[in-house]
Design a protein around this ligand. Structure first.
Ligand SMILES: [Zn+2]
Length: 149
């Protein structure tokens, strides 16, 4: 899958500008780190990765930047029970598979239309702002799971 359009730094600057925010080196770096390794890192993991390039950055700044990226719609929060929040830059509607053995979280593509079908089961008078689907389990020992990012 090509990520060329998503890694365009102008896209970040534009999205931030649309939200009335400036692009800063910290915001750019954190967004790039999320795009580079799409393993749904926690804020702590993002902090470790950005510190390698920007040793002076603080965890508070990382949290603030992540919050900004979430607010302007470039990054989604992934919340799993009893786990710290993770961050996902994949903006296509998708589900997550949380491997309980390894702790890894993968993106799972869904059949087109599944989200509108799910919204359709809501009783009249309700409107969903979002739908989150998370599978949990583990890879079957002798199967070869499809390659995921
Ligand atoms: Zn994801």
């Amino acid at each position: 899958m090509s990520t060329a359009t998503q890694t365009n730094p102008d896209a970040l600057a534009q999205r931030l500008a649309d939200s009335g925010l400036r692009s800063t080196p910290q915001r750019e770096l954190i967004y790039r780190v999320l795009l580079d390794k799409r393993d749904h890192p926690t804020a702590d993991q993002v902090f470790t990765r950005v510190k390698a390039e920007l040793p002076g950055i603080s965890l508070a700044t990382v949290y603030n930047c992540l919050e900004t990226l979430v607010q302007c719609g470039l990054v989604k929060q992934v919340n799993l029970e009893r786990e710290p929040t993770r961050y996902c830059p994949n903006l296509h509607p998708h589900a997550h598979f949380h491997d309980e053995r390894t702790g890894a979280t993968h993106d799972i593509d869904l059949p087109p239309g599944i989200f509108s079908e799910l919204r359709a089961v809501l009783p009249p008078g309700y409107e969903a702002a979002g739908v989150e689907i998370t599978f949990r389990g583990s890879a079957v020992a002798d199967a070869h799971p499809a390659s995921v990012q």
